[in-house]
Write a protein that binds this ligand. Structure first.
Ligand SMILES: [Zn+2]
Length: 187
């Protein structure tokens, strides 16, 4: 007999409730829910759109007290898996996201997700939106070809190649602020 299965993102309401209960336990428990769903969605188109729908519902329901990671990972799921059905909903939800300082401001994550989904809907490679929104050089989209640290100027010059379309970019990572800033130039 199979055990009673935990809800998956296919049941968006139940799954978001599960994720919020996990966050009430600890940030790590909550983050693990997103990671598990992401792993399933990486190789499964139906699971990917279910995760995007669930993430969208989570953002629409978001209260100001929700953990920062919840909003960031919901936006990340949308950036990776969101499509045309989420685009308008995300634009609307963005306006009601709580303003927060610096990297804890989900609206930055939402803007980046909107730009990437727009590109996907229009058939453009995600690298254009990622670079245009000053995203970090991070994740499977990028292959770092070269990296030179300039300790005196507190920055790092990176040459990165998009693994999807092959476009190459020169990226200046400026470490002179509270968190790194990325300036992108197409090569
Ligand atoms: Zn690309």
């Amino acid at each position: 007999m199979p055990e009673a299965a935990e809800p998956t993102p296919a049941d968006a309401e139940a799954w978001i409730a599960l994720v919020l209960r996990a966050y009430a336990e600890s940030i790590e428990h909550g983050n693990r829910c997103w990671q598990q769903a992401r792993t399933v969605a990486d190789g499964d188109a139906a699971a990917a759109s279910a995760l995007a729908r669930a993430a969208m519902l989570g953002l629409e329901r978001m209260g100001a007290d929700e953990p920062t990671s919840f909003g960031m990972l919901a936006c990340e799921a949308l950036r990776h898996f969101g499509g045309a059905p989420e685009l308008e909903r995300l634009r609307l939800a963005r306006a009601s996201l709580p303003p927060r300082p610096g990297l804890r401001d989900w609206r930055r994550d939402a803007d980046r997700a909107i730009a990437v989904i727009e590109g996907r809907v229009l058939g453009r490679c995600a690298c254009l939106a990622e670079s245009g929104s000053g995203a970090p050089v991070w994740g499977p989209l990028w292959e770092v070809e070269a990296e030179t640290v300039d300790a005196q100027r507190c920055c790092c010059e990176i040459t990165a190649r998009c693994t999807a379309c092959g476009a190459r970019w020169s990226v200046l990572r400026d470490d002179g602020y509270h968190y790194p800033q990325y300036h992108w130039t197409r090569l």
